[in-house]
Design a protein around this ligand. Structure first.
Ligand SMILES: Cc1cc2nc3c(=O)[nH]c(=O)nc-3n(C[C@H](O)[C@H](O)[C@H](O)COP(=O)(O)OP(=O)(O)OC[C@H]3O[C@@H](n4cnc5c(N)ncnc54)[C@H](O)[C@@H]3O)c2cc1C
Length: 815
């Protein structure tokens, strides 16, 4: 056993497949001063008992790229390291036993092709040809992904470890990390039972222990362990070898052939959280008690799909723990709380198929100081501090495991652990019929039910039960006036003598504006990519109110705090909970507001993009003339305890004007007609303002240079190779959600980044990038194309425009 070094450039905590992959990839990037510490033996946590399925199609292009990379990596690992891995590229078949599931699979297959992943739609009979023991009873179709595979998790981990060791990485087993050292907001090393190791970076790859490890230094790593079940049969006569993995999500089951036996596993709708009071000391290579009553109904469903199971003996009943996150996406990246501390954990039963890609991009992130491409879906900065709460995690885990195989309905909301964060207007909105959706624990009205209609979703891929209600809300905002509760906005104040200088460097737009002006801006990274999309209001010479979305609260606040130089006189405070926000939007909003305030609301006195404190009812509120719906309107920032009285006053005053409450679905439909971008969907850290059509918000000539300016200037000179456009489907009832492929003259040129029906335009709308590797994407090139969007098995003609379909000249917002 080598002795513990005093220093390593990177210390990795945990020797499961993920920790070993991070070590392997750091070494591949030439960073070999790496120490991996495992409390017991490699793979002893969750990795040793994984089923080893390797799927490649994920919900987004970048996550799919990572899973594709994993498969490619594992395919060559044995050759490279000499360690057998058990890797086989056997493909996978997913079957559909309902119309809805078939649509899900077909949409998935179109998405896969858009990602460059081969996918074939099969009839039930064709699926049976590939998988002879499959019962086709009740099946409507299937999708075959030939590049999927399977591997042996233990051997694959050992191969990664061997590759890492060969390059110089030190791996020490039976050595637990017991603490993390920090100084001035940075990680400085780890404490172990045998002494301390200083480090420039520490990576928390501690699997289901990762929450606890993060907790040592107050870092939020929201995950919880759950029991996870499979069985392995005795050899089954007639089971051919080399079969694809079979998934029947309607039966919550998957089937993997291995040496003439079947491994059958489940994702049941009600899972069993495990280790609520902590993981037992010394837990390693252990199984949990078999719970036959729990798996019996699952087993019965699996037998209906593969009747040969009825007579097959069961060799192993397996139950082992795996960690799950509140949104079923893993946790990756540098923690917002502590510089130099990275996390790769919470793999939601896809850690084997994710480890290769996750290890590679995390190694890049550590070495380069930023992710190699947009990883927002799994970025740990999407988490908020309350999500460490154990009771919340336990209750959500009951549901999240099963959601992996449940229908991935558009707009699907979790049902467990709800009602955590509520606007102060929640009860009023609920009694007005609000149906709430959740973002980062925040309950937000998505739509309002008509009297007598239950405020509950009835999901489908077509027009859901709320479509008509949301259309009426939309119409009210376009024609009269609507009221949105937008209290979930994240709000920060930056105050101090240097506030303008700090924001000037962070923001692409000019922020040194007169007091009372609102600035729409992006914060860019050095590559010109959009890290944040927000509005700043100059409240005073030395104070700004910064407003961003609820989903990016942690990320944007961390970016702001890290952007304040040590010698600057500026302090950032998160004031999100201090203000409720009401969006009063529509052509009659001024008339309505005028009945509640003496302030002169005329455009001359109170123009677009300005903000001021006004009397409203008996309160003082900040009214900002800004909009995300494309109409005259005001965002009202109301100190929280005044919000109810202000709301009541607005509702009363709104009666004669037919004021209507409106929800986030209407907001989405309104903003898509205006082609307003949404960070996280349409724009992210690998999209530049030029590509995204946001060049109007870049102040090229302002006196303070801003982060990303050089990269952006280069792109301006060379011309962008991808550009965001608005799309409208023609002659169809089909709806757009995300990732539908876009075709130009029969060639794949992009994907939909967000979609919604536009009730005024009267068509399914989307935004999406058009890419051309050959020529810069000019206005002429865009106009010359004939476009189609692929929805499931259909290619639907689409209109494409660089400008918004509704009020492209933005005349209505300035009236
Ligand atoms: C029944 C079952 C079936 C599965 N099937 C699949 C599948 O088919 N495909 C797939 O992709 N995934 C599957 N998974 C999921 C997969 O097994 C996990 O996602 C993956 O193994 C997670 O790897 P990890 O490295 O994050 O965690 P782990 O393997 O748990 O590794 C974490 C390591 O950290 C160590 N550690 C913890 N604390 C410390 C400390 N303080 N100091 C030092 N070391 C520490 C632990 O000992 C452990 O070895 C399955 C899981 C289960 C339970």
């Amino acid at each position: 056993m080598p002795s513990l070094p005093a220093h390593a450039r990177v210390v990795i905590i945990g020797g499961g497949i993920v920790g070993c992959s991070v070590a392997y990839h750091l070494a591949r990037r030439g960073c070999t001063d790496v120490l991996l510490l495992e409390r017991q033996r490699l793979t002893c946590g969750t990795t040793w008992h994984a089923a080893g399925l390797l799927g490649q199609l994920r919900a987004t292009h970048n996550l799919t790229r990572l899973a594709q990379y994993t498969t490619e990596l594992y395919a060559g690992l044995e050759r490279e390291t000499g360690q057998a891995t058990g890797f086989r590229q056997c493909g996978s078949i997913a079957v559909a036993a309902s119309e809805a599931r078939l649509e899900e699979l077909e949409r998935g297959a179109a998405m896969a092709r858009g990602f460059g992943l081969e996918a074939q739609i099969l009839s039930p009979a064709a699926a049976q040809e590939r998988w002879p023991l499959l019962s086709t009873e009740g099946l409507l179709g299937a999708v075959f992904l030939p590049k999927d595979g399977q591997t042996n998790p233990v051997d694959t981990t050992q191969a990664l470890a061997r590759g890492a060791r060969a390059a110089g990485v030190r791996i020490m087993e039976n050595l637990a990390v017991t603490g993390i050292r920090t100084a001035s907001g940075r990680v400085t090393g780890v404490v172990t039972v045998e002494g301390e190791v200083s480090a420039d970076a520490v990576v928390n790859c501690a699997g289901m222990w990762a929450r606890e490890v993060g907790g040592w230094v107050d870092v939020t790593v929201p995950l919880h362990a759950a029991e996870h079940f499979y069985i392995v049969t005795q050899p089954i006569a007639g089971l051919s070898s080399g079969l694809p993995v079979l998934r029947d999500a309607d039966a919550c089951s998957y089937f993997k052939e291995d040496t003439g036996k079947l491994l059958v596993g489940w994702f049941e709708p009600r899972a069993k959280p495990w280790a609520e009071r902590g993981i037992p000391e010394g837990f390693a290579f252990e199984q949990l008690p078999a719970d036959l009553a729990h798996i019996e109904p699952l087993f019965a469903a699996a037998m209906r799909r593969v009747p040969a199971l009825e007579s097959a003996g069961v060799q192993v009943f397996f139950n082992g723990p795996e960690s799950f996150t509140p949104d079923d996406r893993y946790l990756l990246g540098e923690t917002p709380e502590l510089r130099g501390l990275y996390v790769a954990a919470g793999f939601n039963s896809i850690g084997i198929q994710s480890a290769g890609g996750a290890g590679r991009v995390l190694a890049d992130w550590i070495i380069d100081g930023h992710p190699p491409f947009d990883l927002w879906d799994v970025d740990i900065r999407r988490c908020v501090p309350f999500q460490r709460n154990k009771r919340y995690l336990r209750d959500r885990t009951v549901e999240s495991l099963g959601l992996l195989y449940a229908m991935h309905w558009p707009f699907r909301q979790p049902e467990s652990a709800r009602g955590v964060r509520r606007s102060t207007l929640h009860d009023r909105l609920a009694s007005a019929g609000a149906c709430f959706g959740e973002v980062a624990g925040f309950e937000r009205p998505n739509w309002f039910a008509a009297p007598g209609m239950p405020p509950r979703y009835e999901y489908s891929y077509g027009r859901q039960n709320w479509f008509g209600q949301s259309a009426a809300e939309h119409q009210a905002v376009r024609e009269q006036v609507g009221l949105f509760d937008q209290s979930s906005f994240a709000k920060f104040v930056l105050k101090g003598r240097d506030a303008a200088r700090v924001l000037g460097r962070l923001s692409a737009n000019e922020v040194d504006v007169p007091i009372g002006r609102i600035v729409y801006t992006q914060w860019l990274n050095e590559r010109g990519g959009i890290e944040a999309d927000l509005t700043l209001t100059r409240e005073a010479e030395d104070a700004y109110l910064i407003v961003t979305s609820c989903a990016t609260q942690t990320r944007d606040f961390a970016w702001l705090c890290r952007g304040i130089p040590a010698d600057a006189r500026a302090v950032a405070v998160d004031v999100s909970s201090a203000y409720a926000v009401l969006g009063l939007m529509g052509p009659r909003s001024r008339e309505l507001l005028g009945t509640l305030t003496d302030t002169d609301l005329s455009t001359a006195a109170f123009p677009f993009a300005t903000s001021r404190l006004i009397d409203l009812g008996y309160a003082r509120v900040r009214a900002s003339r800004i909009t995300y719906v494309g109409e005259l309107g005001y965002e009202l920032y109301i100190p929280t305890e005044f919000a109810q009285s202000v709301y009541d006053a607005i509702i009363e005053a709104g009666q004669p004007l037919r004021l209507r409450l409106a929800g986030y679905h209407a907001l989405n439909s309104l903003r898509l007609e205006k082609a307003y971008r949404h960070w996280g969907h349409d724009i992210g850290d690998e999209d530049t303002p030029i590509e995204a059509g946001l060049g109007f918000a870049v102040a090229w000539n302002k006196p303070v240079s801003f982060i990303g300016r050089e990269a952006l200037s280069r792109q301006r000179e060379q011309g962008a190779r991808r550009r965001l456009v608005a799309l409208a489907l023609e002659g169809t009832d089909r709806l757009l959600y995300h990732n539908e492929p876009i075709w130009r003259d029969g060639e794949l040129v992009g994907r939909i980044t967000s979609g919604m029906f536009g009730h005024t335009v009267g068509a399914a709308l989307g935004l999406g990038y058009l890419e051309s590797p050959a020529v810069p994407v000019s206005d002429e090139w865009i106009a010359a194309g004939r476009y189609e969007v692929e929805v499931g098995t259909q290619r639907i003609p689409a209109r494409v425009s660089l400008r918004a379909f509704y009020d492209p000249g933005a005349e209505r917002v300035r009236v």
